[in-house]
Write a protein that binds this ligand. Sequence first.
Ligand code: ADP
Ligand code: ZN
Ligand code: ZN
Length: 814
Amino acid sequence: MRYAEVCVNSPIAQRQTFSYTIPPGLSIDVGQVVWVPFGDKLLQGIILELSAFPAVEETKEIAGIIEPHPVLSPAQVSLAFWMSQRYLAPLFDAVALMLPPGFKRRALTFISAPVIPADFDLSSLTQEQRHALELIQKQGKVSLRKLEKTLGKKKAHTVISQLVRRGLAQRSYELEPVRAKPKVELHLSLAVDAAEAQQEAAKLHKKGASKQAVLLDFLAQQYKPVSLAEVRQRINCDKAVANALVNKGLVTIHHIEVRRDPLSHQDITPSQPLTLTDAQETAFKSIQSSLLASAKGDVSPAIFLLHGVTGSGKTEVYLQALAEAVKLGKRGIALVPEIALTPQTIERFASRFPNRVAVLHSKLSLGEQFDEWQRIRNGESDVVIGPRSAIFAPQPNLGLIVIDEEHEWTYKQHDKSPRYQSRDVAIKLAELIGAVVILGSATPDVETFYHAQSGDYCLLQLPERVTPSESSPLPQVEVVDLRDELKAGNKSLFSRSLSQAVAKAVSGKEQVILFLNRRGGATFVQCRNCGFVLRCRRCDVALTYHLAEDTLVCHQCNYRVPVPQACPQCLSQRIKFLGVGTQKLEQEASHAFHQARLLRWDSDTTKGKYSHQEILNRFRSHQADILIGTQMVTKGLDLPQVTLVGVISADTSLNLPDFRAGERTFQLLSQVAGRAGRGPLGGQVIIQTYFPEHYAIQAAAKHDYATFYDKEISYRRQLHNPPFSRLASLIYTHTNDTLCQREAERMRGFLINERDAKGIANLSIIGPAPAFIHRLRGRFRWQLILRGADLSTFLSPLSIPQGWTIDIDPVGLS
Ligand code: ADP
Ligand code: ZN
Ligand code: ZN
């Protein structure tokens, strides 16, 4: 093979690879990282394929190898191609997810000045040009960045271009310095034997060099090299003293690589596997036999959906399945929705696999991430645990992928390219390498459950909580109709039922969670009297209030109506916006329950690295009676002293302008209800709503996934929403709202033409409409939604202008 297809780190490259010649004598492998010339730059590139023929006539040579060992496995290379194709993302964006932390480096531009001929007339230069030239000549070579700082960005570029054109300056390129390296600590040990050291120490004492003497004595008592930091701490002795002894040939300095361990601040006590309940055992046996069969290569491995109510012991099944994979010589990856919110889960994994768990997430320091990545690649961790990006960990011999709370929307990356769904990526990766997948949830994604029903996935169920079986059944759920509260003259945020229950719990020294879904707060208009919400007739989503125009807008099809003066249903004039934040809730709660100690948990109170854990620890150790929070409180927390969960309004998520609003509400309510009654005290949940009869609320109140699913899937079928189709969202942004809308309309026309020219049936193009977040950082956003079968293939060959963002399989609102 004389040619290589290389994926380069340049915005121009997009979904393409480029052909390069392999210079004779260079040994090149797929997955390796190299330098390549690209335009007039030198860039990082990853070898994705080797070939006997180049894709173009003229090819440049690979400039050199960055690292001899491939950083991507062949399966990861295939995965990167698949992601780029499916999510219409630049190849390098996909590849970058798999590179070691801190690996991505940009090329920096440097300017140097050649010797200027003696007869050159400097007065022919402008003052700025002369100034720039002086700067360059003074240092021989200056980075463009530095010149930009002194001359201003625009000026620097013009002046340098002028100088280059006249042959007075030259550009050259180098890569940014490496950002992450192994951490090396200096260690000290004796260079002579202990007896000699002690004699020397005595001599030094006499000469008055007592610090050196102390260090020698200290080292004479150690049996292995001691770090300089420890020496400093224990005998208050610094590097100069050590150097003095090195010069005398008495002490040796070692450079020892040390590991930055993200779990070092946690106390991990090893744990033993529990004896499985019958339901757990059945589930485990299925997974075990799939692991065995696929290890032998008999059958292709299965995808399991482990559907178990909260507290049914799913985690124990994951742990034992992972242990089984390890027994077969394989390794695992476990994905969790958001690592900062799940310290308990990490602890459980780490204690079952002591020192064999690696953690990967963006809140770790770059050094920690780097060390964990290296450790994983060296096969030193049986299980990698992390958020969605951990699916790209270089885990060798991967045999099992676990996705906990698989329905969570955090598994979809929506804010930057590639906009991937890690659940789908995991399933693709498993297919490529022959690994088993376990998707676990109490409230599976409707699409996942549909696959389980139709036999694509294997369904395993844990219908009951584990321990202790009688005293901890699923909590009682009461649904409070807010219309009745108003009729009774109660205008506070707390219904009579909820007030009483909170007061009772607090006086009984029990704990309470008050949950508020803030997203979408004041965006829909609701009648305070009867709860009526205006919805779009075509799209069946709630209309969103736009303050600037005092109008209600459908964020799918752009249907608009003025805000009515009176409620169309009951004619009441108390039609208003229901918007209340956690802060307001905290205020009202402190008035209503002044004897209670409050703790607030939301994105404002959790900026620090460990702040989630701190808040959680404070609540667990009962330093507060009431925890007030947003979605975060719905995650897998185990809080045995919580006996009451109050949902302030179930309607905020019900009225999001999204076809998944019902599903989202069901998930949130079920998850939040799962927080109550985890201990021997039992528990109760109170849900406040204007729609007590809504199927999502009814089903959540009865812990009845099956009924919810049946209703939901029939609506999906009727409206032809996923899983009966796939969606793509196309968002255009511009500083000018009218231009933005016009471009979106032009695009709609273009897409319709393309569709009709190709004769593609069942492809709808919905909109344009303002995006849910209509204005973001000064730019307006308009959206088109595509609904059809294979949108990636349809969109892939089209030329989509800059300013457009495509999200395949979008979730939530953006
Ligand atoms: P889930 O992940 O389904 O929410 P967990 O795995 O957190 O459930 O289990 C809930 C509780 O039950 C935990 O405290 C766990 O230690 C305990 N548990 C799970 N399986 C068993 C078992 N087989 N025997 C005893 N206790 C168990
Ligand atoms: Zn009304
Ligand atoms: Zn509409």
